[in-house]
Design a protein. Structure first.
Length: 207
């Protein structure tokens, strides 16, 4: 015959009730605090999932987010454009141009898969959660509204010294530099045209 295992320790009757009462007493002595929402906004964790913002400059219309979405709530339309060669004798290239990017938040389950699979960091979580609508059709946010949510996306944590700059900052700076260079070139061309026109003699002055 095998000996029955000896109990490691006996449980005191009523110990569970005593622990529960101790927790109740500790809670009763704490001061209750009422959050005066919506006058006082809640202090949300930094990784809160509220709404999704679109950084359009980084989107290459790869369709990964739409294909991986479990709810099929992302709608993307695009067309192809031909880009002239950068150097003489080069080949023309074609690129996708985004026409529509929309997310139906009445279907979204906030799983975050679209943000994780995006290879170019075009989608970001925003902690904003106050976007309820009286009409369910208004919960489909088009790309202009998704772009506006980017202003509410919190800044990323500080980088360690010597770390690489975030891709979105680099892309935004390049876009701003290109726009500034284009505006400067147009202004210079307009000034040159005005200068040339003013330098030409009028018909009455011609001899």
């Amino acid at each position: 015959m095998t000996a029955s295992p000896q109990p490691s320790g006996r449980r005191i009757p009523g110990s569970g009730l005593a622990k529960g009462l101790a927790v109740t007493l500790r809670t009763m002595t704490k001061k209750t605090v009422t959050a005066q929402y919506p006058d006082v906004q809640p202090d949300l964790p930094p990784r809160s999932r509220g709404v999704i913002g679109l950084f359009e400059e980084n989107c290459t219309v790869c369709m990964l987010c739409a294909r991986e979405c479990p709810d099929w709530c992302i709608y993307i339309d695009s067309h192809k454009e031909t880009v002239p060669p950068a150097a003489p004798g080069g080949r023309e290239r074609s690129r996708n141009v985004l026409d529509r990017f929309a997310i139906d938040f009445s279907l979204c389950m906030y799983c975050g898969i679209c943000i994780e699979v995006c290879p170019f960091d075009a989608l970001f979580w925003s902690p904003e959660f106050e976007y309820a609508e009286t009409d369910i059709r208004d919960l489909t946010h088009e790309r202009d509204k998704l772009r506006a949510w980017m202003w509410t996306v919190p800044a990323p944590p500080a980088l360690v010294p010597g770390a690489e700059e975030p891709k979105e900052y680099v892309a935004a700076r390049k876009s701003a530099d290109r726009a500034a260079a284009q505006q400067a070139a147009e202004a210079a061309a307009a000034a040159e045209a005005a200068r040339t026109e003013s330098a030409q003699p009028e018909d009455g002055d011609a001899r």
